[in-house]
Design a protein around this ligand. Structure first.
Ligand code: NAG
Ligand code: NAG
Ligand code: NAG
Ligand code: NAG
Ligand code: NAG
Length: 572
């Protein structure tokens, strides 16, 4: 009996090895990301082929399990009318759910070991592997790939990328979603400095947006700051070797932070803070997250994993899946054209956002700085949605300007405010009513061939995005503009609301959208005036969508009126 069992087991093992050898022999292959754009972005140049013995790091996204169940759980914990509202999963719960099957783990491990790739790191959820390997090994494993050096971006970053697409053995198709570190270049910020508006100055006018202006406009009192008694925290993420300087933060608070309690420094920096010049984007994010979410402990993810060959955005996602205790609110000012990314990558990144939502993390993304965008394909124009802004599992923040740029007055659309409809994600149920209402009542809809009315529509909310003061490399810089500015401001305010929730024994807000749409944007100032930009052609004449009463794809539900928003978001 025992011998038989033993024999049976041996048989199984032999069979498994034979099976693995067969499926990994590379006779048949598949292309995980045939639709990934591989053109070199502007501002990057090739420095030629990488040496075969050079080391690089690649990230393997392994196939997860139980994604249907994950999406049900996200719905249950984010919907205030559900009995499970706020009953968030721990990272370990999420790992239990989505962890790849033993066959997936074994198959991928076997494939890597067979090529001599030993040095791999996994994350708590076991659904990513980051490995160090030589260019020669990588080109062997990923048939078709050819690694070259590139340099570019504001910090003259060096990366290794493949201009050719890669294929994997057919046997890996049920086990690997995609391989990261081959194609996508580090993101660039579209933040810009606009010319100073020309108006004759006189007393009582503000000359640009400062923390005082933000706090006045959004009705924050001196008491609306973190108490220091909760374990509340917030974070922003930086990519492309964008650094902030602690001394810039100190000078900024010295110049602009005298009338509200604030923290003097960042609580934790995760990743690498180079010694280079500060980036305006990084300075802006830190300075305004810490002025709106004043006196709240703040973390900065700084160019995580900037090793050659890696995708910093992907590395940030891996960090989220590898840390069980994280800040409740994360703001990210990064985006790509949805059409430039492979659908496999987009879907997988979206699943990562679901994992975060299940844990009660609030992820805020800038909606982009090109209005509805413009995309010319086969001689026709249409709008160009941006991702992650178009993900149904994040809260997307658009931008506004003051009606009078020198007075704290009503807000109108900032024409750059990114917004529109996804071509990848269908409209989620939480926004069904709001979007249908907009489509049936807007008097200025663009031609229907320009956008996909059935897609996830964004942004969800907005805040001022025009004319900020930022201190960067010890110099105060005026008129900095972009949804990169509105995003940390909105994030900071949500952190203040979390502070009240935590102190009254309630869970943090988590994924906000189901609740936001259920409450019809209550607590927000409805921006009803103005349109954002789009294609410069005769058909649309540079105009995208226009804002109006209620939700619209330019400013979402509007901008925060703190006391009202706190009231509506405090219970349950
Ligand atoms: C995840 O965290 C563990 C433990 O801290 C570490 O050993 C591992 O290298 C991390 N994984 C990655 C991909 O960085
Ligand atoms: C700000 O936070 C600190 C702890 O970090 C706390 O001691 C202080 O009382 C807080 N300030 C206000 C006004 O609540
Ligand atoms: C909560 O407090 C503990 C102990 O002070 C600290 O180690 C941890 O980092 C804090 N968590 C967050 C998310 O800030
Ligand atoms: C429109 O969006 C849906 C998802 O909502 C997608 O399946 C479809 O392919 C999109 N159409 C175009 C032309 O992009
Ligand atoms: C702040 O309060 C004032 C007075 O109630 C109101 O007019 C204004 O619209 C509020 N701000 C926002 C952003 O709603």
């Amino acid at each position: 009996m025992t011998a038989d069992l033993q024999k049976g087991r041996m048989g199984l093992r032999a069979w498994l090895l034979w099976f693995l050898a067969l499926i990994l022999s590379g006779k048949c292959s598949y292309s995980p990301e045939p639709d990934q754009q591989r053109t070199i972005p502007p501002g990057w140049v090739s420095l030629g082929r990488a040496d075969p013995e050079e080391k690089l790091s690649l990230t393997f996204a392994l196939r997860q399990q139980n994604l249907e169940r994950l999406s049900e759980l996200v719905q249950a914990v984010s919907d205030p009318s559900s009995p499970h509202y706020g009953k968030y999963l721990t990272l370990e719960d999420v790992a239990e759910l989505v962890r790849p099957s033993p066959l997936t783990l074994l198959t991928v491990q076997k494939w890597l070991l067979a090529a001599g790739v030993w040095s791999c790191h996994s994350v708590t959820t076991q659904d990513f592997l980051t490995c160090w390997l030589s260019v020669r090994q990588a080109e062997l494993l990923l048939s078709g790939a050819e690694f070259h050096h590139y340099v570019g971006g504001p910090a003259k970053t060096h990366v290794v990328r493949s201009p050719h697409s890669y294929q994997l053995p057919q046997g890996l198709a049920p086990h690997v979603d995609f391989v990261g570190g081959l194609h996508r270049f580090p993101p660039t910020s579209s933040l810009r400095q606009r010319p100073e508006p020309q108006v004759a100055g006189h007393m009582g006018l503000h000359l640009g947006v400062t923390p005082s202006v933000i706090r006045e406009r959004y009705n924050l009192s001196a008491q609306d700051v973190g108490s220091g008694t909760s374990n509340n925290s917030q974070a922003c993420a930086q990519f492309l070797e964008q650094y902030f300087h602690g001394s810039d933060l100190a000078e900024f608070m010295h110049l602009f932070g005298s009338n509200f309690a604030h923290q003097a420094s960042v609580a934790r920096v995760i990743g690498q803070q180079g010694r280079g010049r500060a980036g305006i984007e990084a300075s802006l994010d830190v300075q305004y997250l810490m002025s709106a979410g004043a006196n709240i402990s703040t973390w900065v993810y700084s160019s995580p994993g900037r090793h050659e060959g890696q995708e910093p955005f992907l590395q940030w996602l891996l960090l989220l899946s590898n840390e069980s205790v994280l800040p409740h609110v994360h703001t990210v000012s990064y985006g790509d054209d949805e059409d430039s990314l492979s659908s496999t990558y987009i879907q997988r990144v979206n699943t990562e956002f679901m994992k975060a939502a299940a844990r009660g993390l609030t992820l805020l993304f800038a909606s982009g700085d090109s209005g509805a965008g413009c995309w010319s394909t086969s001689g026709r124009h249409k709008f160009r949605p941006s991702f992650p802004a178009s993900s149904p599992y994040v809260t997307t923040v658009g931008g506004t300007s003051f009606q009078n740029p020198f007075l704290v007055t009503n807000e109108i659309v900032d024409f750059i405010s990114g917004g529109g409809f996804s071509n990848v994600f269908p409209r989620p149920s939480y926004q069904e009513e709001a979007v249908a209402q907009f489509l049936s009542s807007s008097p200025h809809l663009p031609p229907s061939s320009y956008y996909n009315a059935s897609g996830r529509a964004y942004p969800d909310v907005a805040a001022l995005s025009d004319g900020y003061w930022v201190v960067s490399n010890s110099v105060p810089i005026p008129w900095v503009s972009g949804t990169s500015a509105s995003t940390p401001v909105f994030g900071g305010l949500l952190s203040l609301i979390n502070e009240h929730r935590i102190l009254s024994g309630r869970p943090p807000l988590g994924f906000l959208n189901p609740r936001l749409y259920q409450q019809h944007g209550e607590g927000l100032f409805d921006v009803t005036h103005g349109c954002h930009e789009s294609c410069l052609n005769e058909e649309v004449e540079g105009q995208g969508f226009c804002s109006g009463p209620g939700w619209d794809p330019v400013t979402g539900w509007g901008t925060p009126n703190f006391p009202a928003l706190l009231k509506i978001l405090l219970n349950p």
